[in-house]
Write a new protein. Structure first.
Lengths: 438, 92
C-alpha cells in the first residue's frame, strides 16, 4: 500500500497563522491555502488570495494514525456525511448540531444500463437525488452552514442555478438562520418552488448565472451584505469540501477501494476537483489502496467552456454565454475550470460534451434502464458516458462510477415533449384490447 | 476619460479602504496604469508578471466581461463603471 501522498496532506499548523475562531470548531482544518501561490491565511470567511486572487481552500492536519482504527471510527458513525467528520472542516460533535444530515446516498449497480451501453465492466450510479432537497447541494451546504454559524453570520445566501438555492433555504430553515438566495429570473419553475417553499427570500436577477454570481461578489464587499454568509462565495472554501464526501462514500460503498473511472458533471468544476481531492486523501491516509483512476468531466454543448479548452489543448478556459437546457450546469465562466483540465489530463481522463437532444435521450435511457429519473445534469453525464465509449476514451471493461447529482422532478420541462400518456381509453376491456395494450 | 472603479475587499488595503475610486484612461489598460500611479502596488495584484489579467480576476466595463470584449484594450468611455471581481466565486 503506497503512502506517498501523505506529504501533501499532513499539513503542519503554521505558527504565523492565528485563527480568529476557536480552532476546535473546524476540526482537522488548520488554515486556508491558496491553490495558486500557496500563501496561507487564517480560517476566516475569505475566498480569494490577497496575493494573487487565486482560490483559497482548506488545509488540514489530518489524522495519520492507524487506517484500520480510522476506518472503524467512520463506519461506526451516522449514515450521513458526518461519519466523515474527522476529514472535514467541522467540529467533532457536528452530528449533534441541527442540520439536514445529507449524504450516504445509494450507489446503484447499473447492470441494465451497462448492458445497453456495451459496458462489460461494473457500472455504478451514485444517485445523489436521494438527498433531503434532492440534489448533491445538501452536502456542500451542510458544511457551509457550520462555517456560517461559527463565523456568526445571521443570513445564509448564495448565487444559484436552482439546486443550491433550495438546499440553502432548507438548511437555513432547519438551523434557524435567515435565508436570501439569488437565482437567474428564468429558472425552471420547480427550482423556484423548491427555493421559496422553505420561507426564505428568493430574488430573481435579470441575467444569467454569471451575472448573479457577479452581483453576489459585489454584495459581499458592500455594507448591505454585512453579516451574510454566501455559501459559494465567502464560505466557498468550506462549502466545496462537502463534495469530498462523494469520493469517500463511493469508495466506502465499493468496500474501501477506488473505482477505475468516474464520470462527473462540470458546472464551476468545484465538485470534480473536490472528488479528486477526496480520493487523494483516502489514498494518503491508507484508507484505500493506491491505484490509477481516471476522471472524466461532462458538459452540455451549449455551455462547454471546459470541454472546448480540453479539446483545444488549452490550460485556460475562455468564458462562454450559456445556452442549454442543462441550467444547473450553465456556468459560462467556471471558476475551477483550469483545475478540472489539470485533473482530467493528470489522470488520463477527458472532458466531453453532448447537445440538448442527447441530454433528453440520456435522461430517458437512465430512467428506462435503471428506474432513476435524473435532472438534466444527470442526462449530460449519461450522454457523455455514451459518447466517451463511442469515441474510445473510456474503457468499457473497467469499473465506472457515474454521478447523478439531482432529481428529474426539478427539470420536468426537459422531458415533457417526449413523455406522456401511452393511450386514452374508455374504462372497458374492449377499449383496452382495441388500443393494442393487451 | 474619467471612470469609476469598484474595488474588491481584498484590494482595499491599497485604496485606504475605499470601495470605489475614480481613474483616468481611454482603455482598461490605461485605467489600470492610472490606478497603479495613484495606489502603488494595486496593478501587480490585477495583472501578472507578463502584464496580462490574472486568470482569477474578472473585470467588467459597465455590464460586459472584458474577456468577451477586447481584454485590456477594451475601451472605457467617460463615465463608465469598471468592476474588479475575484473569479473564484460560485458554482458547484
Amino acid at each position: 500500500m503506497r503512502r506517498e501522498g501523505l506529504a501533501i496532506m499532513a499539513v503542519t499548523a503554521v505558527k504565523s497563522v492565528t485563527s480568529t475562531v476557536a480552532p476546535e470548531a473546524f476540526g482537522p482544518a488548520v488554515a486556508l491555502s491558496c491553490r495558486e501561490c500557496g500563501a496561507r491565511t487564517p480560517l476566516a470567511p475569505d475566498f480569494a488570495c490577497t496575493e494573487c486572487f487565486g482560490p483559497l481552500e482548506v488545509a488540514y492536519d489530518l489524522p495519520t494514525g492507524d487506517p484500520e482504527a480510522l476506518r472503524a471510527r467512520i463506519q461506526a458513525g451516522p449514515a450521513n456525511i458526518w461519519r466523515y467528520a474527522p476529514l472535514l472542516p467541522v467540529a467533532a460533535d457536528v452530528a449533534e448540531h441541527p442540520s439536514l444530515s445529507p449524504g450516504w446516498t445509494k450507489l446503484v449497480k447499473a447492470e441494465n444500463l451497462a448492458r445497453e451501453l456495451g459496458i462489460t465492466g461494473s457500472l455504478y450510479v451514485k444517485d445523489d437525488s436521494g438527498n433531503p432537497t434532492h440534489s448533491f447541494k445538501d452536502r456542500v451546504v451542510a458544511i457551509a452552514v457550520e462555517a456560517a454559524r461559527t463565523f456568526g453570520f445571521t443570513t445564509l445566501s448564495c448565487s444559484s442555478t436552482g439546486n443550491l438555492a433550495g438546499a440553502v433555504a432548507a438548511a437555513a430553515a432547519r438551523t434557524g438562520l435567515r435565508s436570501c438566495v439569488f437565482i437567474p429570473y428564468d429558472l425552471e419553475q420547480a427550482k423556484v418552488v423548491m427555493a421559496s417553499v422553505y420561507g426564505g427570500e428568493v430574488v430573481g436577477i435579470q441575467g444569467s448565472y454569471d451575472d448573479v454570481n457577479r452581483f453576489c461578489s459585489e454584495l459581499i464587499g458592500d455594507p448591505a451584505g454585512e453579516g451574510w454568509g454566501f455559501t459559494n462565495v465567502n464560505l466557498r472554501p468550506y462549502y466545496g469540501e462537502g463534495s469530498k464526501t462523494l469520493a469517500y462514500e463511493i469508495c466506502e460503498q465499493l468496500g474501501w477501494r477506488l473505482p477505475d473511472q468516474l464520470v462527473i458533471p462540470i458546472a464551476s468544476g468545484s465538485q470534480l476537483t473536490k472528488i479528486d481531492k477526496g480520493l487523494k486523501e483516502l489514498i494518503a491516509l491508507g484508507l484505500v489502496e493506491d491505484k490509477p483512476y481516471k476522471i472524466f468531466g461532462a458538459q452540455a454543448e451549449g455551455c462547454s467552456p471546459v470541454s472546448t479548452a480540453f479539446k483545444a489543448g488549452h490550460d485556460v478556459v475562455r468564458p462562454q454565454k450559456p445556452n442549454t437546457i442543462a441550467k444547473s450546469l450553465a456556468i459560462g465562466n467556471p471558476a475551477d475550470g483550469p483545475y478540472v483540465l489539470d485533473i482530467c489530463r493528470r489522470t488520463g481522463g477527458a472532458v466531453e460534451d453532448v447537445n440538448d437532444e442527447q441530454v433528453v435521450d440520456a435522461i430517458q435511457l437512465l430512467a428506462r434502464t435503471e428506474g432513476i429519473f435524473a435532472e438534466t445534469a444527470g442526462g449530460v453525464t449519461v450522454g457523455v458516458l455514451q459518447k466517451l465509449i463511442k469515441n474510445g476514451l473510456l474503457d468499457p471493461t473497467a469499473e465506472t462510477v457515474l454521478l447523478n447529482t439531482g432529481d428529474g422532478l426539478k427539470t420536468l420541462d426537459a422531458v415533457v415533449p417526449t413523455t406522456g400518456l401511452s393511450a386514452t381509453i374508455r374504462p372497458t376491456l374492449d377499449a383496452f384490447r382495441e388500443a393494442g395494450l393487451g | 476619460m474619467s471612470v469609476s472603479v469598484r474595488i474588491p475587499t481584498i484590494l482595499r488595503t491599497y485604496t485606504g479602504g475605499a470601495a470605489e475610486v475614480k481613474a483616468e484612461g481611454a482603455t482598461l489598460s490605461a485605467v489600470i496604469a492610472d490606478l497603479e500611479a495613484n495606489y502603488a502596488g494595486i496593478g501587480g495584484r490585477i495583472l501578472d508578471d507578463g502584464g496580462k489579467l490574472r486568470r482569477f480576476v474578472n473585470v467588467y466595463v459597465n455590464e460586459d466581461d472584458v474577456r468577451f470584449a477586447d481584454g485590456l484594450e477594451t475601451s472605457t468611455p467617460d463615465g463608465a463603471g469598471v468592476s474588479i471581481i475575484p473569479a473564484v466565486a460560485g458554482g458547484c
